[in-house]
Design a protein around this ligand. Structure first.
Ligand SMILES: C[S@@+](CC[C@H](N)C(=O)[O-])C[C@H]1O[C@@H](n2cnc3c(N)ncnc32)[C@H](O)[C@@H]1O
Length: 213
């Protein structure tokens, strides 16, 4: 995702209540942050945050945390939340490599990976957010009933991800090729998803879980 560099993004972010400046202080304590015991769903690589904002408005009994490594995109996301009254959402500037600094084992019920960078070159395989190294980390923060929900337009990334998910002994509950051809109803769409749908590209989706349902 191309973004304009904003030199004082870090400073600007501090003005927004949805932005969590020191998320590691909430590790093991997110329930206190949200002031309830509702499950936590996170999106890794939220971009401008459209998907999670739609979900947060729709389901107020889930707490949503958006994670993004590009500061300017976190700033865009918090700005998009201005004048909304959403109480179940928080945004973090973080590289997914450091997820364990922010979440304790069992603290997260669902991880969304939407249109993650495909990193097509084999030598960049470890950067893919579904590489087994990342999946191991996801397992270490997910609850017993935890799930990973993945959507992508890249068949190569999808097939790589299915292989890695299987290798890491997650259960694959749903595998959908060409999501919108199956008349599947998606309540929330991402910015990339809308673009790919308008181009007529197929979208691939899978849901993996720690345990069998
Ligand atoms: C292709 S964009 C998709 C954005 C959004 N999910 C969508 O579907 O519109 C991928 C996003 O993931 C973010 N990202 C990639 N690797 C990441 C990482 N290791 N940790 C956090 N965010 C990451 C990128 O900065 C980018 O915003």
């Amino acid at each position: 995702m191309r973004v304009r560099n904003i030199s004082n993004a870090k400073e600007l972010l501090k003005e927004y209540a949805y932005y969590i400046e020191n998320p590691s202080l909430s590790k093991g304590n997110w329930k206190a942050h949200f002031k309830n015991h509702n499950p936590i769903h996170i999106e890794i690589g939220m971009g401008k945050g459209q998907f999670l904002t739609t979900l947060a408005k729709t389901y107020n009994s889930i707490n949503y945390i958006g994670i993004e490594k590009i500061e300017e995109l976190v700033l865009k996301s918090v700005r998009n939340l201005e004048n909304t009254e959403i109480s179940n959402m928080a945004l973090i500037h973080l590289n997914a490599l450091n997820l364990q600094d922010v979440f304790l084992k069992g603290e997260v019920k669902r991880i969304y990976l939407n249109f993650s960078d495909p990193w097509p070159k084999a030598r960049h395989e470890k950067r893919r957010l579904t590489h087994s190294n990342f999946l191991k980390m996801y397992r270490s923060i997910l609850s017993e009933d935890g799930e990973i929900h993945l959507k992508t337009d890249s068949l190569d990334l999808f097939e790589f991800s299915l292989g890695e998910i299987d290798r890491e002994s997650f259960y694959l509950n749903e595998i959908i090729y060409d999501l919108y051809n199956k008349q599947y109803n998606e309540i929330a769409k991402t910015e990339y998803e809308e673009k790919f749908i308008s181009q007529g590209k197929p979208i691939y989706k899978c849901i993996a879980s720690i345990n069998k349902d």
